[in-house]
Design a binder for this molecule. Structure first.
Ligand code: FAD
Length: 200
């Protein structure tokens, strides 16, 4: 679907090569070719903040700190990690991804557990929702997948585009300015969707 969308949009791919240099007129590739360009958009992935190097704990290839199910940094008493800095266990043998869908509940659980630790209350386990993605493809639509093997989710015409709009416009934003609602949504038992029912 993505390949078809790129073809529809006239986006050319150069696969099996890497960028070796950029200058103010071109991108230079390892296969010896160059692409004339005055504007270059660089989208080569994310890494954990370099501040993680100050925590004396094991880190993965992305610089993320190893944490247990309750988001305690392994081997460092009283320190929790969340979001893009945490290599937290997720479903099966996977760790979380550096994405909003994991960062938001990780932040809630880590905050809850840091407070619970100080108050002598029980800690909560981090248990992410089933893994799903939703990718906007611009004028070519959108694609929604389920599972780590990214199985295509079927739906009515425009389903994935509508889902992406709902994520960006309703679930993640707009920001709220209501202390009670902020506290309600910060509860790790409350889901991402604003309409999710309050915890039992
Ligand atoms: C361009 C882009 C597009 C993305 N699109 C998506 C998407 O469509 N879907 C999705 O699921 N995820 C997306 N992500 C990933 C998602 O934004 C991150 O996974 C998520 O924001 C991580 O949350 P976080 O709280 O761990 O870190 P952040 O949101 O990065 O927050 C960290 C905060 O710490 C602050 N900070 C850093 N250093 C210090 C310091 N020394 N002192 C004080 N404060 C500091 C930073 O300013 C920042 O405010 C995208 C990321 C990028 C960059």
């Amino acid at each position: 679907m993505i390949t078809r969308a790129l073809d529809t949009l006239g986006a050319e791919r150069r696969l099996g090569t890497t960028v070796t240099a950029l200058d103010d007129r071109a991108v230079h590739l390892a296969d010896g070719s160059t692409l004339a360009a005055r504007t270059i958009v660089w989208t080569v992935g994310v890494r954990a903040s370099p501040l993680t190097a100050q925590i004396p704990a094991p880190r993965d290839a992305l610089g993320r700190i190893a944490v247990d199910r309750q988001l305690r940094v392994r081997g460092v008493e009283g320190v929790y990690a969340a979001g893009d800095t945490a290599a937290a266990p997720a479903e099966d043998d996977h760790t979380v991804t550096q994405s909003c869908r994991h960062a938001i509940p990780l932040g809630k659980v880590a905050g809850h557990n840091a407070a619970a630790g100080l108050l002598g209350l029980p800690a909560a386990d981090f248990a992410p929702d089933p893994y799903r993605t939703c990718l906007d493809l611009g004028a070519a639509g959108a694609v929604a997948t389920a599972g780590r093997d990214r199985r295509l989710r079927e739906g009515p015409e425009g389903f994935a585009k509508g889902l992406k709009r709902a994520i960006n416009e309703t679930w993640l934003s707009p920001p709220i300015d209501d202390p009670d609602e902020l506290l309600r949504r910060a509860d790790h038992r409350v889901g991402r969707r604003p309409s999710a029912p309050p915890p039992a």
